[in-house]
Each structure stands twice: as C-alpha cells, then as structure tokens.
Design a protein around this ligand. Structure first.
Ligand SMILES: [Ca+2]
Ligand SMILES: [Ca+2]
Length: 153
C-alpha cells in the first residue's frame, strides 16, 4: 500500500522513471537536482557501493554550506566522503562506529561543520567525533534505548 498526502498527484511514468534513476546502490551512483536552478539541472557522481553495504548520507563536512556525498561502510566502520568545495574530487575518511550502530550527522559542537556520529541501540549511547578537532576527539552520551529512532536536526 502506498500512502499519499491528500491532493498529491499520482506519479507519472516519467516521475517513476526518474525516481528509479535517483540512486543506484549497486553501482554507487548519486543523482540530485539543484535548488539553485529551481530543480532544472542535475548533478551526479559515483561514490561508494551498495554491494559492500555502504549506507549513503549527506552532511556538510567542509563547512562550505553545501552537502558532501558520504557513505558509511558499516562492515569496517569507515566513513568515506568527497567534498563539495573540491567539486567532489577530494576525499576524506575516518573510522567510527561499529556493526549495529545507526550513522548520523549533526553539528553538536556548533562550529558550522557536521560532526560524525553513531547511535548504538544496544546501550542507547550516542558517540560523536567533533569536527572542531578534525574528527579526532570523541564524545559519548547515553540517551534513548532499544526501539527508539535517533534523529538529529
Ligand atoms: Ca560541504
Ligand atoms: Ca561541528
């Protein structure tokens, strides 16, 4: 069953075709429409791979106000990203988290750059790396428990 908000038109054939092309986990291709062009121009880049279980995320890790393309490879706990400020050519990486964690991004230290975080459902603990330390210093805080859904704004 598909739920739609009242008044939402039924997806057209072209919409469904576009939606299928919006991301391809198996090949790691990302596609997006740019708000700066009123969603008339698109961007794309290949980064990560669904075949190794990469989880796609977006966040601002270089502080330029634009999103990085980020994957969390939970098998190895590695975060890999390519920076918006480099035109998605410069790479970054850090190891953080473990199997069963929920990856999240948010600016916990208020420096305008996202911090890299995981929430561990098994013990209800948040662990994050502070961007203000170059993601070298971590913080842990117990909040929530099994069955909760972690959110960051
Ligand atoms: Ca950025
Ligand atoms: Ca931060």
């Amino acid at each position: 069953m598909t739920l739609r908000a009242p008044g939402t038109p039924k997806p057209t054939r072209s919409y469904r075709a576009c939606r299928r092309r919006a991301g391809r986990p198996s090949t790691g291709w990302w596609y997006w429409l740019k708000s700066s062009s009123n969603y008339t121009t698109a961007g794309q880049v290949q980064w990560g791979s669904g075949s190794v279980g990469d989880i796609p995320l977006v966040g601002d890790l270089d502080g330029d106000g634009k999103s990085e393309v980020i994957v969390w490879r939970w098998i190895t706990s590695d975060w890999f990203w390519i920076t918006s400020s480099s035109g998605y050519t410069r790479q970054g990486a850090v190891r953080w988290g473990g199997a069963g964690d929920v990856p999240l991004l948010g600016d916990f230290d208020g420096d305008g750059v996202d911090d890299i975080a995981v929430w561990r459902p098994s013990n209800g603990t948040w662990y994050w790396l502070l961007s203000s330390t170059g993601w070298t210093a971590g913080v842990a805080k117990t909040w929530g428990g099994l069955g909760d859904i972690p959110l960051v704004r």
